[in-house]
Write a protein that binds this ligand. Structure first.
Ligand SMILES: Nc1ncnc2c1ncn2[C@@H]1O[C@H](COP(=O)(O)OP(=O)(O)OP(=O)(O)O)[C@@H](O)[C@H]1O
Ligand SMILES: [Mg+2]
Length: 600
């Protein structure tokens, strides 16, 4: 199960991924610099606040001997300044976020798009062996990871370091080096502790994510199989399975919570100890008279201010770690090589008449199991070749090779004399229309799905192909007509209706070469007859490769190939094959007998 969050965190983290983000920042160099400037202003303002506080406190300490006017004027200015600085530190922070938002969002958009485009470049084989759900999660997690990393790298880790440096500097300048030393030691202790404990906790986080995913996958799979669950009355079994997963999830969450409590307590202990040590030192000095009361207040304020951002460190460390893994995984997708690619400078297919030729083609999905062996045939321009044969013989595979979903292992396929590997995939696919064996539709309206054949088609053209595919009576009966929603994958339509939509959109595409992979298998014999006539009409001028189980649908083919276990075992016209009295003739008489029995 590749989509599990847990596995994203295992293994070493590749911190170098951070550098791969620079290009996205470079695009907005100005904005990044401005944001960094605002950030510095915000931090400086923030660091000045305790300083002012000290002056205010010190002022009161010495009030008794001062003239009245000074007493009123100075604290007022100080107090106003104090308020302004507080506000400024927040305001600059917000401005910084606003300025930087563009950068992070644009980077996320850029990356999502390039991954999406790349996924469409990858071959069918990649997509068949991959769970689409997991893929979508990979992209989602990766882009969120980039946004997170950019924001927190730039706005949490860096500023915290900056703030620590500033505060240590001030303490160093104002008091004895011991204060700076306590700050540094406690920060190092704190960070070290957080990192170590977070690494240790990671296992529990991972476990609970894994259990969460497992329970989810289980629930989704069970709901997808709703019908199957009912057929076998297995609701109780499903609930039991789900609850078992939930129980492990519960246990994992508990460990997660407890370890978080340990982390938080440890961090709090370090903070408390550091502050106590500082306060003892400061109190001692105040008693000695080498430090004012204001100094003591300032030291305390600095310590509290310093540990607020550090408090999030454990969380941020874990999140960044996870973000890096997710980004790496997404970039891994980008580096996934496409098996079917255009040659550099490949020309477009020069389509003249649409002649198709297979020359001694061999193909195997898995090298250990050859599917097609030495397949050679010709479809002269405008003619129709039919392929029949038992299930699993390799018929659809032939069609996929012509469409170049896969490249042949040996031999070659040409269209109008050009090897299909030498021309661009776009131009080749433009020339070919496919009515696939299983039609899958977009979860949108009937109109949208038909217009997909040629998005710029006019309404009149769409209505034309609706008539040609004999969808008109069906559509007329729908309350919402062409705007009826077809449901996920088209599941709200019957098999025959889906098939007719597939035919309609290919008619709209109007290609020179047609591949019909059992294009009418889901239709009743009457509808099939009518559509075959319509298809025959369109196929008249087109080169057609028709795959069929029902032989009655291909008797008019110019040549019929009988395919068995990847080999052409018989070939000829319908009449010739009947005369030969081979496998085709046997199948034909078998199907004829069945039909007569049906009629009776
Ligand atoms: N992506 C794939 N990876 C591995 N094997 C595959 C893949 N697609 C198909 N096969 C195998 O290749 C063989 C030929 O498949 P193909 O779809 O071409 O058969 P077919 O002749 O169209 O059968 P049917 O009449 O049932 O549609 C089958 O045994 C199938 O299991
Ligand atoms: Mg097939």
């Amino acid at each position: 199960m590749r989509s599990m969050a847990g596995e994203y965190q295992s293994g070493p983290v590749n911190w170098r991924i951070v550098t791969s983000l620079w290009p996205f920042l470079r695009e907005f160099r100005g904005r990044v610099l401005l944001a960094l400037g605002l950030l510095a202003l915000a931090k400086v303002a923030g660091v000045l606040v305790p300083l002012l506080l000290k002056f205010i406190v010190d002022h009161f300490e010495g009030t008794t001997e001062r003239p009245l006017d000074v007493l009123i004027a100075v604290p007022l200015a100080l107090l106003l300044g104090y308020g302004l600085l507080r506000f400024a530190s927040v305001l600059f922070g917000e401005l910084r976020d606003a300025v930087f938002a563009r950068v992070a969002e644009r980077a996320m958009r850029r990356v999502s798009l390039s991954v999406f485009e790349h996924l469409h470049k990858l071959d069918l084989g990649f997509h068949l062996s991959r769970r689409t759900g997991g893929l979508a999660r990979d992209i989602e997690r990766g882009t969120t990871g980039i946004g997170f990393l950019l924001r927190f790298m730039v706005f949490n880790i860096l500023p915290t370091l900056f703030e620590i440096a500033l505060i240590t500097g001030i303490l160093l300048l104002a008091f004895s080096p011991w204060y700076a030393l306590v700050v540094l030691v406690s920060v190092v202790l704190y960070v070290g502790f957080s990192v170590v404990v977070t690494e240790w906790r990671n296992r529990f986080v991972r476990e609970s994510n894994q259990m969460d995913n497992r329970a989810n996958t289980r629930a989704v799979d069970s709901l997808l199989n709703y019908e199957t669950v009912k057929y076998f009355g297995n609701e109780g079994f499903e609930a039991h399975q789900y609850d078992r997963n939930l129980a492990s999830w519960e246990a994992a969450r508990m460990k997660n919570r407890l370890s978080l409590a340990a982390l938080n307590s440890g961090q709090a202990l370090i903070i408390a100890a550091a502050i106590t040590v500082m306060m003892i030192m400061a109190a001692h000095q105040v008693a000695e008279g080498t430090m004012t009361l204001g100094d003591l207040v300032m030291v305390n304020a600095y310590m509290i201010q310093l540990f607020i951002p550090l408090n999030f460190l454990g969380f941020i460390y874990r999140e960044i770690r996870e973000a890096l893994t997710n980004i790496e995984r997404m970039f891994g997708l980008l580096h996934e090589p496409a098996k079917v690619t255009d040659k550099p400078d490949a020309p477009a297919l020069a389509l003249t008449r649409g002649q198709v030729r297979f020359e001694a083609v061999n193909y195997a999905y898995d090298p250990k199991r050859p599917i097609l062996k030495q397949i050679s045939f010709d479809i002269p321009a405008g003619q129709k070749v039919a392929i029949v044969g038992p299930s699993g013989a390799g018929k659809s595979t032939l069609a996929r090779l012509l469409f170049r979903f896969y490249d042949v292992d040996a031999g070659r396929i040409t269209v109008d004399g050009q090897d299909i590997r030498e021309v661009t995939q776009d131009s080749l696919r433009q020339a070919i229309g496919v009515v696939p064996q299983d039609t899958v539709l977009f979860n949108d309206s009937i109109r949208y799905n038909i217009a997909y054949g040629r998005p710029d088609a006019s309404d009149a053209e769409i209505e034309g192909v609706v008539r040609m595919a004999h969808l008109d009576t069906f559509v007329a009966r729908l309350p919402e007509g062409l705007d009826t929603q077809v449901g996920e994958r088209g599941l709200k339509l019957s098999g025959g209706e889906k098939q007719r939509i597939a035919i309609a959109r290919v008619l709209l595409k109007n290609p020179a070469i047609l591949i019909l992979d059992e294009a009418t298998s889901s239709l009743d014999s009457h509808a099939e007859r009518v559509i075959l006539d319509a298809l025959a009409e369109v196929a008249q001028r087109r080169t057609t490769l028709a795959i069929a189980h029902r032989l009655s649908t291909i008797v008019d083919a110019d040549e019929i190939l009988v395919l068995d276990q990847g080999e052409i075992v018989e070939r000829g016209t319908h009449a010739q094959l009947l005369e030969a009295r081979g496998a085709y003739a046997a199948l034909w008489f078998h199907q004829q007998r069945e039909r007569q029995e049906d009629v009776r």
